[in-house]
Design a protein around this ligand. Sequence first.
Ligand code: GAR
Length: 200
Amino acid sequence: MKNLGILLSGRGSNFEAIAKNATSGKIPDARIVMVISNKPAAEGLEIARRLGLTALVISSKGKEREEHDREVVAALKEQKVDLVCLAGYMRLLSPWFVQQFPRRILNIHPSLLPAFPGLEAQEQAFAYGVKVAGCTVHFVDEELDHGPIIVQKAIPVLDTDDEHSLAARILEQEHIAYSEAIGIVLTGNYEIVGRRLNQK
Ligand code: GAR
């Protein structure tokens, strides 16, 4: 059984989808052992408590990045977390954090990377006028929204879309893509060549 640790800052819908798929066995041999938010008001904390999961607030307010990261990593290691899943965690990890879990930190981003990294990716994509949008699950490295790609899902942008309907349809894909990516990483049946992840 592999231990997942979730980091989030807000709504928590990706976390909830992962929790559901871990419980149902869609993600095999995995369980969420803790949820950490850097924001005390994150709705994701409520979901965690409702599901009976350990939910921790480690506030980042007024702390140096690495100082905060050291507290988060200590909590993750205490619970013997094997894989760290960033699920709407709106905070850049320090290089030190990344080095504590080599190829063991995943992130989801609501665009087809490398297009539209950073904040409000769906709005950026819509405003740019793209005809295809989507989401990316990738390994976290020292650069923002950058590490090797594990799963991407693409959807067409419809003429009837606005940025809200587009974001909602991307989110549906996020909920599928994240569990798929966790499954790939946990089985270990892949190799990374350069930036390419090839499933074996
Ligand atoms: C998701 O759309 C996720 O892709 C995005 O934040 C949202 C969190 O929603 N993450 C980023 O933009 C990271 N750069 P959720 O809290 O309901 O999972």
